[in-house]
Structure formats: C-alpha cells, structure tokens
Write a protein that binds this ligand. Sequence first.
Ligand code: ATP
Length: 366
Amino acid sequence: MANVALIGLEKAFGTQTALKGIDLAIADGEFLVIVGPSGCGKSTLLRVIAGLEAPTEGDVLIEGQGALSLTPAQRGVAMVFQSYALYPHLNVRDNMAFGLRMAKRPESEIAAAVGQAATLLGIEDLLDRRPKELSGGQRQRVAIGRAIVRQPRLFLLDEPLSNLDAGLRIHMRHEFARLHRELKTTMIYVTHDQVEAMTLASRLVVLNGGAIEQVGTPAEVYNAPRNLFVASFLGSPRMNLLAGEIAAITKSTVKVRLVSGDVVSAAVEAGRAHIGDRVTLGVRPDALVIGKGANGVNVTADVVETLGGMQAVYGLLADAGQPVCALLPGAHPVRHDDALRLCFAAGDAYLFDADGQAFVRLKARA
Ligand code: ATP
C-alpha cells in the first residue's frame, strides 16, 4: 500500500499543455478513478506517476518520498494497459513470471507468487496456454496477474476494460472491486466509462483540459457538481440544461423564468443571486415526471428510445426549441409529436450562474 502526493504537476509537449497545476493527495488503499473527455490528460497523469513521463514542473511523492529520480520499477508501481501487452510467444505462467524472473527472484518464490495470483483471478487452468488461445477477458486477467505477482505498492490502470464486450466489462468491473477489497492496494484507475467510474471509485477526479474540475466521492460529485462542466459530464443521459433568468428569490428557492416563459423553482441557497441575472437551470432526466404541476415545462416529444422497463424521451421545449430528455417508466409509451408536461421537484433542480459555477443545493447539502 502507498499514499501518493501530486504537487503542482505541469506537463507540456512542445506548445501543447497536457497537465495544469495538478495538486492531489491519494490515501493508502484508495481506489481513485480519473474521468474526463478524450485528450484531457488522464493517461499523461498516470504515466507521470508511473515514471514513464517526466513532468515539466512539480513533484510526485510516494509514501512521502520524492519519486521523480526513481525508475518505474523503483517506484513499486505496476501498470495495466488497455492493450494487455502480453508476450505472444510465452504461455500464461511465463508471462506472469516475467517481471520476477527479470528481477532474478528464486524460482520457488516465482512459482508460489504465480500460483497465488492465478487462484485469486481464477485462471489456474489457463497457465499453459499462449495469449492467442485466450479470450479478451482471460487476457486481461493475465495482464492483471502479471501486475499482482510483483506485489506493487500502487496499481495504475489505464482503461483496462475498454477492449471487452459489454457483458465481460460488467463481470470484470465486479472482479476489480473484489480484487481491491482483497489486495487493499492503492489503485489509480483511468476510464471513459461513467458506470465504471461511479461504481468503482472511493473518490473520483474529474479532469478537463489538463486541470482538475472536481474531486470527491461519486455521490458528492454527482449530487453537488461544482460547475456546468462536471454537471453535464457525469450522468447518462446527460443533465438537461435550460437557459433563463432569475425572476424571484425566496428563503428556500430561486425562481427562474425560462426562455419558454415558464417560471420554475430551484431549491438552492440564493447567496449571490440577483433578480434579472442570467442563469442555467439543470434537471436530470430521471427527475422529470409527467404531471400537471406548476414546477414544470411543456415539451414536444421527438425521438423515443424504448429501454425495456423505461423509455428515454428526447423532445424540444415548447416555444424555445431547447432539447429536453426525460427517463420515464415504459408503462405508458410516448410517441413522436406527443405534447407532454414534464414536472420536477424544486429540490431536484440545479442552478448555475453566468460563469457556470453552481449555486449550493439545499437538498444536496442535507
Ligand atoms: P484519451 O481518453 O483519448 O486516451 P487522455 O485523457 O488520456 O485521452 P492524454 O493521452 O493524456 O489524454 O493526452 C493529453 C494531451 O496531451 C492530448 O492533447 C494529447 O494530444 C497530448 N499528448 C499526449 N502525449 C503526447 C506526446 N507524446 N506528444 C505530444 N502530445 C501528446
């Protein structure tokens, strides 16, 4: 196990800035997941921690010790890549043993370590096979096994499941959660996949343009996003964002006049709000229900996707043309061109100022 501190990390490739002022403390045994759009610097950050890339500025401490002068092996980190990177001419046993053989460990110790890791991963029956004789999921397990036998202080995982089909991804996601529970080793995991991020992380880091937008538990980041970027990045389908201006302020709500003319309430701390300020109101698709209430909007359904028990209805806000998505129960199918009134509780609404910064939600804080 290891704690890691990233201090003022910057990384530039020529004129391209990949990391900007990254400050982060990662505790012993944490499962930290880094998410963000393509090109935001996720892999670069992992490679800097691993020692495969040197930062332009800043420092990396592992267990309080400066790591920049250490090789990847000296850092005690093991990296698992999306591409498995197994040796095709070696069988599973020798692939897993490779790192320990290079480190000239005794054969008896190597055999014990490979046996233990194979049992943990349920691949004891595959030890004599070559990589080409394995499925994608089995190859990924061998790649993880090769990392485990080295007993690293820190696992760095770069989109390890993205080459697998949907079913296998879910299975391996559960395997990662179990492995982390059993090994208790610090893991830093990069993914594009929201569900992986939300379900595996003890803490989530949202990266954008090389900088950290927000760090917190998945529930904190989902329920109390700091800004519009985080709010719209996490959640699928993504949060509805409707332009408007502040029409009234009460003790427990801020009322917003939307472009459609509807006046709706968000239960947020008024703080810096003034009547007439331009704002963006956010409502997640699963917070919308068909109803007749005052806190709602009129929408014309356009595309309806049937998802078994649920339906995702994509429509346009009446008189404003802004897109709105609602996740509704499938029992009463909605059709193209249906006129719907979609309502929400003031406590389920989010509000962002003209700079995209979130107002504090009264419900999220409770
Ligand atoms: P993806 O999700 O698509 O894998 P990412 O978030 O992992 O992306 P990085 O691979 O870390 O992003 O890249 C961050 C930025 O740095 C990108 O703009 C990329 O083009 C640039 N970059 C990365 N490696 C290099 C390199 N060796 N030389 C030049 N630019 C690079």
